[in-house]
Structure formats: structure tokens, C-alpha cells
Design a protein around this ligand. Structure first.
Ligand code: NAD
Ligand code: TDX
Length: 328
């Protein structure tokens, strides 16, 4: 068996590949992995093993149809993580988001059609639903994205579903809540705040800090993706969440405690444009249909994540200060 993983050098893709190579996923123990990644600012070759008998790394773009047509024959499945993923960047310039997230998904699926790959999982996000004041989103909620990032992901979901409906591609879509864990780029809330605090720098909290996100450890997200890959139904969407809703202020205060920092380290800054107030996922479908149960408690996972960043300064300093913008 062989699987192609796009965006495999990013945060979630690299966790998925490392876990797969460590035989964490039943049925894929001997599977080979082709890790495809363009290595944008967000991709890091060091997130994957330098060499492994079951791993082949290919630097390339999901918008490159010729490359994908050459690469895909011989693969049994595709897990599609590759995307521009940072909301703040999409507010500064939407072009790369629509190019990679929408055209990249369409190009990849054209190549899947040509090569007859048997199974595809398209990895998406709860942000496609917009913002919800009360209750939680089920998979049949309308798509009401509020940012170019979320809109590009919503478009990509529609493109993906079309390849199932029109062409019969055996494809499922996952929509997950906010992930945290090791190897996350320090432009995102938790790693930005942890690494700033480890350096004795303040953390920029947007607005009043009362926005709510639902947090899930990346390993639990990847377990959910594996379940969908294995047993999800074609044409279906599966929400994946963890039930851990927290305000950004509460997260920030916990990070202050975990790093031994004082309240004075919070810097209140202007709010994000179109800042979604609350995300909340109803994940009954994946639980009831596929037996999904997240395994990592939020407090335990957050403490382990802070410890990982404390123990890996070389990794995050290279990413944070080798990157093309200030993350202050
Ligand atoms: P990331 O930004 O860390 O990684 C994205 C990877 O895709 C990078 O390695 C990058 O180099 C690669 N890439 C970008 N453009 C490419 C292109 N044109 N061709 C090939 N590779 C390209 O993102 P992430 O947080 O790991 O997210 C992965 C997926 O999961 C995305 O589709 C995202 O929308 C989705 N998701 C993320 C979260 C989260 O909290 N991080 C939650 C739900 C869903
Ligand atoms: O400096 C910051 N200060 C701050 O207050 C940053 C970077 C963020 N925030 C706030 C904004 C959000 O309310 O923290 C919250 C989380 O922000 P991000 O880490 O940027 O994540 P979010 O915008 O919620 O999107 C994430 O979850 C869904 C991922 O980046 C997406 O890829 C995923 O689809």
C-alpha cells in the first residue's frame, strides 16, 4: 500500500506522516508514504525524518498537473493537507489562498481521476461555517466563511464534493477545529505565545480576548483523519473536534502559568478584521459512525506542548527568525 500526503512538511501533515511511519494507524503499518510539499514559508523539511525506508519526499506544487500525473500512479490513497493556512496572512493578500486551496485541490483531483487512485480524504476546517454564538455546527450547516482563508477552504470543499458527485471519486471531507501540538508554526496563537514567553517577550492578544476557539491535539485530529480514510463513506463530511472551548484570554492565562510569566506579559492589540467570535463543532457523526474518541486531555496536551517548545528551541528559532515577517 502506498499513500500520497500533500502538505506533508507542514504542522498537521508532518504529524500524520510521523505517526503513520511509527505504525500508529491500524491497516497502514507497512504502507509507503510519498510526502509532497512545496516547502512554502510554512513547510519545513526538518519536520519529517531525514531518511526512512518507507518515506519518499518530493518537493512540488499541488497546482502542477504534470508533476501530479507522473507521481500518482501506484498510490492507493491521497490525504490532502496542502493549503495556505493562516487567517492573518489571508487578510493581507488572498491570492495564494485561492490559488493553492482552490485551484490546487481541483488540480490534484484531476490527477486523481487520471490515475484511478482509490481513496481520497480532503482535510478542511470548521472555519468554513463562519462563527456561531450558541450551539454547535453539524455537517449540514450552511457555509458562511468570513475571511479569505475560510472562503478558500469552503470553495475547496465544494470542489472536492463535486469530484465525488460528478466523477464518482471515493472521497470524504473532514472539518476540524483548532489544532495544537508540536511542530506548529509560531505564527499561530499557541506556539507564538509560548515561544514569545520563553523568550521573555510580550504576547499580542487581539481585541478583548473573549473570542472562543475549540482546541484539539494534533494527534487526535490525525487519528480522526485515519478513521475517515479507512472507513468514512464517500461523499460524506465528518466534523472533528475535541469539545475544549476556551477564550483566547483563558488560553493566554494558562500559558502564562505554564511558562512562569506574569500578567504584565499580555499586550492588548487591535482586533483582527472580521474576527470570528466562536467556533464550536458537533462531532456526533464521527463518534457514532466511526467510533472516534479523542484521547488527549486539553490540560495534559497543552502542558506537553509547552514542554516540547521548551525542549526544541533550535526548531522554533529557525522557523521564527528565518521567516519572512516579524511575529512579535
Ligand atoms: P501548515 O501551514 O502548517 O502546512 C501547510 C503545508 O502545505 C506546508 O508544509 C506548505 O509548505 C504546504 N503547501 C502550501 N502550499 C502548497 C502547494 N501549493 N503545494 C504543495 N504544498 C503546499 O498548515 P496546517 O496547520 O498543517 O494545516 C494543514 C491542513 O489542515 C490545511 O488544509 C488546513 O486548512 C487544515 N486545518 C488546519 C487546522 C489548524 O488548526 N492548523 C484546523 C483544521 C484544519
Ligand atoms: O497573535 C495572535 N493573537 C491573537 O489573539 C494570533 C496569531 C491569534 N490570536 C487569536 C485569533 C484567534 O481568535 O487567537 C485565535 C487563534 O488564532 P490562530 O492561531 O491564527 O487560529 P485561527 O484563526 O482560529 O485558525 C486556525 O484554526 C483553524 C488555523 O490557523 C486554521 O488553519 C484552521 O483552519
Amino acid at each position: 500500500m502506498r499513500i500520497l500526503v500533500t502538505g506533508a512538511a507542514g504542522f498537521i501533515g508532518s504529524n500524520f506522516v510521523r505517526n503513520l511511519l511509527a505504525n500508529a494507524y491500524a491497516g497502514w503499518e507497512d504502507a509507503g508514504v510519498t510526502a509532497l510539499d512545496k516547502l512554502t514559508y510554512a513547510g519545513n523539511r526538518d519536520n519529517l525524518p531525514a531518511a526512512h525506508p518507507r518515506l519518499e519526499f518530493v518537493q512540488g506544487d499541488v497546482c502542477d498537473l504534470g508533476l501530479l500525473r507522473d507521481l500518482l500512479p501506484g498510490h492507493d490513497a491521497v490525504v490532502h493537507f496542502a493549503a495556505e493556512s493562516h487567517v492573518d496572512r489571508s487578510l493581507e493578500g488572498a491570492g495564494p489562498f485561492f490559488r493553492t486551496n482552490v485551484l490546487g485541490t481541483q488540480t490534484l483531483l484531476d490527477a486523481v481521476l487520471d490515475s484511478g487512485v482509490e481513496r481520497v480524504v480532503h482535510v478542511s476546517t470548521d472555519e468554513v461555517y463562519g462563527s456561531i454564538d450558541e450551539g454547535s455546527w453539524t455537517e449540514d450547516r450552511p457555509l458562511l466563511p468570513n475571511t479569505p482563508y475560510a472562503a478558500s477552504k469552503a470553495c475547496s470543499d465544494l470542489v472536492a464534493r463535486t469530484y465525488w458527485r460528478t466523477h464518482g471519486v471515493n472521497l470524504s471531507i473532514t472539518r476540524c477545529s483548532n489544532n495544537y501540538g508540536p511542530y506548529q508554526h509560531p505564527e499561530k496563537l499557541i506556539p507564538l505565545f509560548v515561544t514569545n514567553l520563553l523568550e521573555g517577550r510580550q504576547v499580542p492578544l487581539y481585541g478583548d480576548g473573549r473570542n472562543i476557539r475549540e482546541w484539539l491535539h494534533v494527534d487526535d485530529h490525525c487519528r480522526g483523519i485515519h478513521l475517515v480514510l479507512d472507513s468514512g463513506r464517500a461523499g460524506e463530511i465528518y466534523n472533528i473536534g475535541g469539545g475544549n472551548e476556551r477564550t483566547n484570554r483563558a488560553i493566554t492565562e494558562r500559558l502564562l502559568e505554564l511558562t512562569g510569566s506574569g500578567e504584565g506579559m499580555i499586550r492588548h492589540v487591535a482586533d483582527r478584521k472580521a474576527h470570528d467570535l466562536r467556533y464550536s463543532i458537533d462531532e456526533s457523526k464521527i463518534r457514532e459512525e466511526l467510533g472516534y474518541v479523542p484521547q488527549i486531555g486539553f490540560e495534559e496536551g497543552l502542558a506537553a506542548t509547552v514542554a516540547w517548545y521548551r525542549d526544541h528551541p533550535d526548531w522554533w528559532k529557525a522557523v521564527k527568525y528565518g521567516a519572512d515577517r516579524d511575529h512579535g
